[in-house]
Design a binder for this molecule. Sequence first.
Ligand SMILES: [Cu+2]
Length: 138
Amino acid sequence: MKILLSTTLLVFAAFLLIGCSGAQTEAAAPDPVALSLDATDMMAFSKTEVTLKTGAPVKLTINNAGALEHNWVLVSADKDPLTVSEIDALYGVKSETIGAGQSAVVEFIAPGPGEYQYVCTTAGHAASGMVGKLNVTE
Ligand SMILES: [Cu+2]
């Protein structure tokens, strides 16, 4: 009797596992959080602070509304924004250099909870204020 009960439980557990894995493969990936901001020749990003939830897929569009070249580079909060360059991009999250009137799309997964910053690494731009703050919540 004990053996029969154990076998029944085992079969039931197997059904649950198959059921769960089946549901996971059918579930669609969550839609990315669509964000956009402008980079301007006033040496500013139109959004100076962005908040995301950790693990969220993000599709960020950066519009260069100016005549100068700009970019958008995610860096850790402990970096000096005045000395960072593209190679400091956290997890490689950065745009290419964006020409006047052009746009770039950066897709990434919001990192772990905490504070980060984004910087335009074009020479002199961060020093003039082209820096923003990314907050990631749990
Ligand atoms: Cu810039």
